[in-house]
Every structure is written in C-alpha cells, then in structure tokens.
Design a binder for this molecule. Structure first.
Ligand code: GLA
Length: 725
C-alpha cells in the first residue's frame, strides 16, 4: 500500500519504492508537511513535528496557547493568503466581501487505488489501478465556503508523485480565485542549489545552477506558452551534489501556458517551493457549485543526484505520460523538407525528396510549411488551410497517393493556432484574432494568434483539418506555434472574465488537440514551437514527440539535448540531421540518434558521397532504437562541466547492452582521456563490438575506457557499442 493513514496520530504517509512523504493534520485541522525524501519506516513519525515555533512578530491563530503554534514557521501543505503564514501564498481567493483572506483546514480525506484524470487538462495516468494510489485531502474555509482538495498520486515503482488542487465553491456567492498553485512544498533547509533550464529560440533548455538565497527566486512565463525562455522545470540539489551524488528534487508542471515556479527562503532558512498557473494577470470567477482544476505538478526525488532523478522522469513519462497508439510503437524514421526547400516547392519537387527517402531506407515523408493558401513566405495565409493547387497539382490527395505508392508514410505541417492578417480567414473574421478593444494588435512573424477560447473557432479548425486528415491517408501531423501572445483578450468574454483568457486559451488548444488525436488515433503528432518553445509535459500528453529545437547544428544542438534530458526522455525528442551545418554526417547522426530521429534536407543539394553516407548510417539507428528510446541514460561528460568534450551512454534494463557516444566539440591538447562508463553490472563482462575486446563491467566503470588514440579534432565523434558476453 503506498498511502497509509494513522488515525490516532492523524498522519498520512505516502511511500514509493525509495521515497516517503509525510503529512500530519495538526490541532485545529492545519495540514502540516512533515517530510519528503528517502524512504523511512513508520516509526515515531510525529518526532518531526517538534520544531522551533517562536518567531518575533509571528501571529498565532486565536484559541491557541500563546507562542505554541503559528502557521508562519511550520511547514504547511498549503500556503493560505492573508492569515498568519507570511510566506509566499499558494492559494489566494478574493471572496464576495472583497478581502483575500483564506484559511483552509482539514475536513475529510479519501484514499483509493489508481489516479483520477483532470477534466480538460493533460495529466499522467495509471495503466492499471494497482500501479498507483491516490490521496485526496479535502480542506474547507468556513468563512468563504470554499473547498480545496489537494490530490496526491504516488507512482510506487517510479519513486514519483503528482500533485494538483481542485477548488469548489460551496457557498451561495461567487468568488474569484486569484492564485491556485498546484504545488506547495516546504523544505526544512535552504542548503540547496536551484537548477533551471533557461534558453531562447535555437538554444533551448540550457542549464543554470545557483545557490538558494534569502527572498524569492524562480522562473515563469507570460508568453502564452511554456516557452523556450524558461522550461517549466526546477530542481533543488543539495550543495555539492552532482550527477551521481546528493539529494535532488525535480519539479515539472504539466502545463503549456503562463506558469510560475518560485522558491522563497524565509528568515527561518526554510524554503517554500510553489509551482502552478502564473498568478500575474490571472483570475477565475467561480460561481456557486462550480469547480476549478489546476494542472498537476510532478515531483521526483533522488538520493543519487541528477542522474537518477532524470532516469526516474524518463521512465515515468514513457510509462505514464505518453499515451495512445504510438506510445510503444517504433516511430518512423522521417525526412522533412523544411531545411531543404523552405516554402519553395511543388508536388514534383517533394516527390523527388520522397523517392530519395525510399531508396535510402527512410520511412516517412513530412511536408512542412507552405502547402496551403498563397503561402510562399511567412507573411500570409495562416488560417487558410486549403491546399495551394498551384504548388500541389491535383491536391494533397495526389501527392499523398504518389508518396504512399512508394511505400512511405506521409506527414503534414499545421500551425492551427495562428491567423495571418493577410488571409481570407482574417478578412472574413477579424474578431477571431485575439485582441483587446481599441488597440492594434502586435504582430509576431507577421501573424496574429487565433482565439482558441472560442468554440466556433475550434470547430472551424477541426472542420478544415478534418477535410485534409479525414480524406487522405495521413500518418503524422506537426503542430507548430510560432510567436509570443500579446493583447490577450477575446471578443466573446465579458470584461470580468478577460482575466481567464490565458487559461481558457490553453484549455481550448488542449480540447482541439484531444479532438484531433481521438478522431484520428493512428496519427502521430509531433509538437513544435519554433523548435522547442512548448517542450513541456502538457504537450507530451498529446504528442509523443516534440521537435527539440530549430538548431540542427550538432555541436551546439548537443547542449540542448543534454539540458532537455534533465527531465524529458529520448523518445519525445525530435532530432534531425540537416545539411547546412558544421560537423560530419557521422557526428550529426550520432547526435540526432539521441531521440526520434530523422533528416531535414534536400538530397539534390548534397553530394553523392553524403547521400551514400546517409544510406549507410541508417541501420545503426534501427538497431539501437529500443536501447535509446527505452534504456537508461547516463550523462558521462556534460557540456555544463566540460566545454571541450561530451559523452553520453544508454544502458538497457538488463545491463547487458550499452551504447556510449563521445563527442569532441573542440580539440583539447591534454591527450590522456579515460571515459568511465556508468550503469553496467560490475560482475559482468562486456565485448566492445568494434574491436572484439572484452572488458569487465568493473573495469569500464572504475578504470575506464582509454581513448588516448581517438582522433582529437573539432567535431569528431564516435559510438562504442558493448554487449554482455
Ligand atoms: C518553425 C518550426 C520549423 C518550421 C517552420 C515553418 O520555425 O520550428 O521547423 O516548421 O516553423 O514555418
């Protein structure tokens, strides 16, 4: 049993394979957070409760003995605004009287097997009820009549948890939710470093590490998407902790719009972590009887540093986030025409690429941007999702049939959430673009964003997309999103609900994605947002792979892949070889093989030698597919530790196969170079395929593989494949 309740002590204990999480209902119904970390037995759990309670100026609730208890210094499961708890609030409700005081106390609880879905929101799932157990902690505020239910699900085998919150209005008057954070976790100390993944277009998810400091620090987005600027991921790692040592707590929000992740270190040197919908420019009116569901946060704890934390995230997401037909099905090796042709193509040109793809052993052809309306550059036509027959003579059907006759799968690009000012759709429905009255809309990449809060807009998009997806044998859809959101307002929402816009927008987007994926269950969806601008678990729920970055230069792309691997598995990472960048095809392939692999080029623009090389290099991808997609990743040398060299390794579950990749980004003069492998079985022997040499697991992990004779050249890379003998 992963969730236990000890009635006498009023203690909830949530255990996974390696972790424990302890909640105590304190006198008066305060939900205290007692512990989260390595597994502990159920002995004397209340001892944690004892702590220093006095803090100068702290107020205690009426009815308590002076100086015996204050929510200001105790670790809480929820940070209520307006009462004695002075730390950053996780919930704030503006009630009908106009004040924003709230005080949630324990009312009841439920423990059950399995995991509930969150209406309208992406979330992790249980494959069978025995896989996880859920605690619903129901808290009430006696004055406003608000009911707040904290939902915790424990994934026993993965040492992971999710947490979300539901707020219900059980009163007779409406109130406004001003803040409803999915996660609120009070840590007993500030002795941690904060790790975040910052970035920009072409350089997503770079790692940043800083010691926690007094005050508030954190990440967030106000761009209408989770964004490339800060991924909705934070980790706390104990000072001095690293890849394989120290305690690491990972937090990831299953959400694709404006979010915030913050940590406040208070004067007691405890740290409160909150994460959820961004409360800036947010409000949600809840009428009597209504409920509001927050997205969920994923929590992973590791007692062996970042490496184990990442591997837990990877297994958890492969097993319990990715869904549908493509979950465990081998993803087709694809070629996409974007980097090869841009929008300058016609059906014959695309067919030439597809023919080459077939001869080369590629399995799917993807037609990118430029096939619809009058789209010859990025200044027009988004929204006019009708095929451009001047480019594709005979329509999409004709191209699809030709490509299919070759024996290839067919994929297509859309950017459904956008509308070009120069489009028939905008001319017919200017109010379908998001905007606010009296102001001109700002333009990004020559486009506006369409109002996904509106059902008529979503119905139009579904209808137009269905004409293409429903009438043609299409296997794959690339769903793009290419600008920040500004002047965020809807023509249909009343003034008092405009604060709900951002959240309603993403709920609308999720609804359309759900409609498309459930109507066309065979479709493989690949998400994209100028590369990896919506590389978040919310999107991964709908699309089992995401285009990781528009940066396909292997030597800098590898940094993005290292950063992404902090919490996202290789299986979701769209990674392609392109023609136009530095490095050999061998290196481009070795880097792109770390993901859902493909090519992005025009075969007529590369040499015959390059074409032959590509043909020869594909076999390895097929051979190592399972090892890479479902094996354990070990970051051996990370770009954030060494600017010259990097190395990564995949090991299968039985520890009988390992694939090591070493990349020299820049030549380094010191030539002694030992790579110590990880994750092998010390007692087994392994054969290095290339040389036939036998090594013990213990030798490879402790002494290491000597690479002194590896070519020491910028951009050189090599893979080493080991199999148990
Ligand atoms: C974005 C994507 C690219 C490509 C273009 C098309 O930038 O990231 O891969 O699809 O849009 O306009």
């Amino acid at each position: 049993m992963s969730v236990k309740y000890y009635d006498e002590q009023k203690i909830f204990k949530l255990d996974s394979k390696d972790t424990s999480y302890v909640i105590k209902i304190f006198e008066g119904g305060y939900p205290l957070h007692l512990y989260y970390g390595s597994f502990i037995p159920d002995v004397n759990l209340t001892s944690f409760e004892k702590r220093h309670v006095y803090a100068s100026f702290s107020a205690w609730p009426e009815g308590y003995e002076p100086y015996t208890f204050t929510p200001d210094t105790y670790p809480m499961e929820i940070g209520c605004n307006g009462g004695p708890d002075m730390r950053i609030a996780s919930v704030q409700i503006r009630n009908a009287d106009g004040n924003a005081v709230v005080d949630f106390r324990y009312d009841s609880h439920k423990i059950y097997k399995g995991k509930p879905a969150l209406p309208g929101l992406p979330s992790l799932h249980a494959n069978c009820d025995d896989e996880c157990e859920t605690l619903e902690l129901c808290l009430k505020d006696s004055v406003t009549g608000a009911i707040c239910t904290l939902i915790y699900t424990v994934f026993e085998k993965h040492s992971a948890m999710t947490r979300s919150m539901v707020i219900e209005n059980a009163s007779s008057k409406s109130f406004e939710i001003e803040r409803a954070m999915s996660l609120c976790l009070d840590m007993n100390s500030m002795d941690y470093d904060l790790i975040t993944l910052y970035g920009r277009h072409m350089q997503e998810r770079d790692l940043e590490r800083r010691p926690l400091a007094h005050g508030t620090q954190g990440i967030g987005s106000r761009r209408g998407s989770s964004s490339a600027a800060q991924n909705p991921f934070m980790a706390l790692i104990s000072r001095g902790g690293g890849e394989d040592n120290g305690e690491a707590y990972g937090f990831n929000l299953v959400y694709s719009s404006n979010y915030k992740g913050e940590i406040e270190v208070d004067y007691n040197e405890s740290a409160r972590v909150i994460m959820g919908i961004n409360y800036d420019d947010f409000g949600w009116t809840l009428a009597p009887g209504e409920r509001f569901y927050t997205p969920e946060a994923v929590l992973v704890y590791s007692d062996e540093g970042l490496g184990k934390m990442s591997r837990t995230f990877h297994r958890l997401y492969n097993d319990n986030l990715i869904r549908g037909e493509w979950k465990n099905k081998k993803r087709p090796l694809l070629v996409n025409n974007w980097e090869g042709t841009g929008m300058d193509f016609d059906g014959d040109k695309l067919f030439v690429i597809a023919k080459w793809a077939k001869e080369t052993g590629i399995e799917m052809f993807v037609m990118d941007d430029g096939w619809f309306g009058k789209r010859d550059d990025d200044t027009s036509s988004l929204g006019d999702w009708q095929v451009n027959e001047e480019k594709l003579k005979g329509g999409i059907g004709s191209l699809v049939s030709r490509v299919k006759a070759l024996g290839l799968k067919f994929g297509i690009w859309y950017e459904p959430e956008m509308i070009s000012p120069d489009s028939n759709l905008y001319r017919a429905h200017p109010d379908w673009a998001i905007h606010v009255p009296g102001r001109k809309g700002s333009i990004g990449r020559h486009q506006y964003i369409i109002d996904m809060t509106r059902k008529d807009v979503r119905d139009y998009l579904f209808g137009e997309m269905s004409k293409v997806l429903g009438n043609n044998d299409i296997d794959y859809l690339k769903w793009d999103f290419n600008r920040n959101m500004t002047e965020a307002g809807s023509a249909l929402l009343p003034a008092e609900k405009q604060k709900e816009f951002y959240h309603r927008y993403i709920l609308g987007t999720y609804e359309l994605m759900d409609r498309i994926t459930s109507t066309y269950p065979h479709l493989l969806m690949e998400n994209c947002s100028g590369g990896g601008g919506r590389y978040d678990p919310g999107m991964m729920y709908y699309s089992p792979q995401i285009w990781c970055s528009d940066n396909t230069d292997a030597l800098s792309r590898v940094d993005i892949q290292f950063g992404s691997s902090l919490c996202y598995p290789a299986s979701v990472q769209g990674a392609h070889v392109s023609a136009s960048r530095r490095a050999s095809y061998e290196t481009k392939r070795n880097v792109a093989m770390w993901g859902s692999f493909g090519y992005e080029l025009d075969p007529e623009k590369i040499s015959e030698e390059a074409r032959n090389e590509i043909k020869a290099q594909i076999a390895d991808y097929h051979r190592h597919y399972d090892l890479i997609h479902y094996g354990d990743l070990y970051r051996i040398i990370s770009p954030w530790d060494d600017p010259y060299r990097c190395a990564w390794e995949f090991v299968d579950e039985n520890k009988s196969k390992a694939l090591l990749t070493v990349l020299i980004k820049f030549r380094k003069e010191s030539r002694n170079f030992f790579i110590r492998l990880k994750g092998l079985n010390a007692d087994k022997n392994y054969r290095l395929e290339e040389t036939g040499e036998i090594y013990s697991g213990a030798l490879l992990m402790n002494a290491g593989l000597s690479l002194f004779d590896m070519p020491n050249a910028d951009g050189y890379s090599k893979t080493f494949y080991f199999e148990e003998v």
